[in-house]
Design a protein around this ligand. Structure first.
Ligand code: BF8
Length: 676
């Protein structure tokens, strides 16, 4: 039996108030339990350590060893000329724009390296070098092939015939891998965007040339003594981010769909309460589903279930954290045990027999928490190891993926018998419907015969649906866990704005019961409720993981194509949001949304306050170039109303604001008009 040990905490750690830390009851319970067991968590660290005030303003430059140079705003703001400079003379605008661009580079590289791993695995599939992965969605493969200039038909004796699927797969795989380092032209997927948007990108000179090149160029341009014009730096940040959203991330999403199947709506549970005391609990955490897909297969195999039973468990309960959770949720209905801020808490239940991590959003402190229990913490990726000695590294290789997965699941089962007596799994869990995508929205809102986006557009034009919001992104220990997501989403749907969600925001929405058709009657305005009830969909649609934000770009493009709502994404009554963002990946996503024409509001804060001119460029001038702009609002209700005001402005520009007024009439209005 594992003996409980304390985590080596920083000296004088203050304790978080669980009710101030999260709105979610099982999270509160687990924070309290951790404190009783003297196990430190992110929530305690957040009250112990304050963020750096200068870093918060975005104006600390540490790009050479003459610095770090710090250029805080003078008390009382800038009076007259802004004379602040670093040792080399770099202005606050330059420093802030460099820092911003580097965040875009880091975020884009994370999504795109994920996309590359998926593309390389798909190449192994196409070359028949692995038996463990196959093509589960050939229709998707045929759909994307033309974007890579891969023919899907051949002419035989003057007749057009379907081309061999293996040949198409090889063509697509080679072209997809080449996108990361291609030496001529621009990215293939850019042609999926609405034409006017492509024209804007061309005019601005921001069409990404290759995915990797734009990241490298940011690192070059932000190195000491290179680009010293914040507008020029922002341009490169745009080019790099487009290489993420319309490049690396989109390739990742598409090829995952091809190999693992495109998601279709399914029912599952969510929250820490999905863990089971009498089962082997395995948690997968991270982002790339290459391994977790195999873990799902291994954990569901009769051989492993029997093995678990032979060790005294009733079965195997697999669950996820973060975006790996979203990946296996949307394709297999495997429940998420929680989002970003709940990762330590899953171990603190005492019932986590193994936590298997791949890349991104993984706390190093997991190792310290795991040390207090029997939990096996297993790293699996060559680029993401941990220094602590209680961490096991089992390197995953797609060429023997199933073998690796079986080994990991067996190790997890073997660890079940080491579980201590002190187990406490919170009871809270909810039911949710997840697994929406571009295709399933088309089907659900259009029906099987006339499945298309016309129906969605009709409902936007007639005002039942006021607009579309993409609410995405992380949790942040500087804000109350899940509060901004849930308050914001509720306010949007109350005002008839349909919400598309991904990432940790989607997990929050699931945990708080917003991903069910039944949520429409409880939380929605009358128009959106009517649509959801008629069609049988939730008012908040779970579109997957953070790389799947590419699905939101494509859904917006489908809405443009369906007609009646303008010619470009920036014409749509739509807005984006990341209310509890923390990761550089969120900044990359925000930049590609803005540069694709979306008004995008972030919560908490943006590291821009120290450079008001650069901030103004992002918050106002970008709109003149791409039709989208940045904004920030920490208060979730005000945040929602900024998005709604933008949606209403777009409705007015489209001339559909009158229809909206008609729908908003209440009983008294109708009686006054004599129509009731
Ligand atoms: O990529 S939402 S905390 S898990 S970064 Fe991380 Fe943020 Fe969650 Fe998914 Ni996206």
């Amino acid at each position: 039996m594992a003996e409980l040990t304390k985590t080596p905490a920083a000296k004088e750690v203050k304790l978080a108030d669980p009710r101030e830390a999260s709105i979610e009851p099982s999270t509160q319970e687990m924070i309290l339990r951790a404190q009783k067991l003297q196990i430190e968590t992110v929530f305690d660290r957040a009250v112990t350590m304050k963020p750096c005030a200068i870093g918060l303003q975005g104006i600390c430059c540490k790009n050479c060893s003459m610095g770090p140079c710090r250029l805080p705003l003078p008390k009382g703001g800038i009076q007259g000329e802004d004379t602040r400079k670093g040792l080399c003379g770099a202005t606050a605008n330059t420093i802030c724009a460099r820092n911003f661009a580097r965040m875009v580079a880091a975020g884009s590289s994370a999504h795109s390296d994920h996309g590359r791993a998926v593309a390389e695995t798909f190449l192994s599939v196409a070359r028949k070098e692995t038996k463990d992965y196959t093509i589960k969605d050939p229709a998707k493969l045929i759909q994307i092939a033309p974007y890579f200039d891969v023919a899907t038909t051949v002419e035989v004796d003057g007749k057009k015939m379907d081309r061999d699927l293996d040949e198409i797969a090889l063509g697509v795989a080679e072209a997809a891998v080449a996108e990361f380092g291609k030496t001529g032209g621009t990215l293939s997927y850019l042609k999926r965007a609405p034409k006017p948007l492509q024209e804007k990108w061309k005019k601005e000179g921001v069409m990404p040339r290759s995915i990797d090149r734009e990241v490298v160029e940011i690192m070059h341009r932000t190195a000491m003594g290179v680009d010293q014009d914040y507008k020029n730096l922002t341009k490169q940040a745009t080019r790099c981010s487009l290489g993420d959203g319309w490049g690396g991330a989109m390739i990742g999403t598409d090829l995952q769909d091809v190999m693992f199947g495109s998601p279709t709506p399914l029912q599952a549970e969510a929250n820490l309460g999905v863990m089971k005391e009498d089962h082997v609990n395995i948690i997968v955490h991270g982002h790339e589903p290459l391994l977790s897909e195999m873990i799902v297969a291994a954990a569901q195999s009769q051989e492993m279930v029997d093995y678990a039973k032979s060790k005294g468990a009733k079965g195997i309960q697999l669950a996820g954290i973060c975006c790996t959770a979203n990946e296996i949720l949307q394709r297999h209905g495997v429940p998420p045990a929680g989002n970003f801020l709940q990762q330590e808490l899953a171990i603190i239940t005492g019932a986590c027999d193994a936590m298997i991590v791949d890349v991104q959003c993984i706390f190093q402190n997991l190792a310290n928490v795991a040390k207090c229990f029997h939990t096996k913490l297993i790293t699996t990726h060559p680029i993401a190891k941990m220094e602590q000695d209680n961490v096991v590294h089992i390197e995953f290789d797609e060429h023997h993926a199933m073998e690796d997965a079986n080994r990991i699941v067996k190790m997890s089962i073997d660890n079940f018998q080491n579980r201590g007596a002190d187990v406490m799994i919170p009871h809270h869990k909810t039911t949710q419907i997840a697994g929406f995508g571009v295709e399933s929205i088309r089907y659900h809102l259009g029906g099987s015969f006339r499945g298309d986006y016309f129906t969605l557009n009709d409902n936007i034009i007639n005002g039942r649906i006021r607009g579309i919001a993409g609410v995405v992104g992380c949790n942040n220990a500087r804000t109350k866990h899940n509060e901004e997501h849930i308050t914001l989403i509720k306010e949007l749907i109350k005002n008839d704005v349909i919400v598309l969600t991904t990432g940790c925001s989607a997990i929050a929405a699931g945990i708080h019961g917003l991903l069910t058709p039944g949520a429409a009657a409880v939380h929605c305005g009358p128009g959106l409720a009517e649509v959801c009830e008629t069609v049988g969909i939730p008012p908040v649609l779970h579109l997957g993981s953070c790389v799947d934000n590419s699905r939101i770009l494509l859904a917006a493009t489908e809405v443009v194509k369906a007609g009646g709502l303008g010619n470009d994404i920036c014409d749509l009554p739509a807005a984006g949001s990341a209310p509890e963002w923390m990761s550089e990946k969120a900044i990359a996503i925000g930049q590609y949304f803005v540069s694709s024409g979306v008004y995008t509001v972030f919560g908490y804060h943006m590291p821009l306050d120290g450079a008001p001119e650069f901030k103004d460029y992002l918050y106002r001038e970008m709109e003149n170039i791409y039709g989208g702009k940045w904004d920030c609002e920490p208060d979730p209700i005000k945040h929602a109303h900024k998005m709604i005001a933008h949606i209403d402005k777009k409705r007015k520009e489209l001339g559909i604001d009158k229809a909206r007024e008609r729908v908003l009439m209440d009983m008294a209005d109708r009686q006054a008009l004599g129509v009731e």
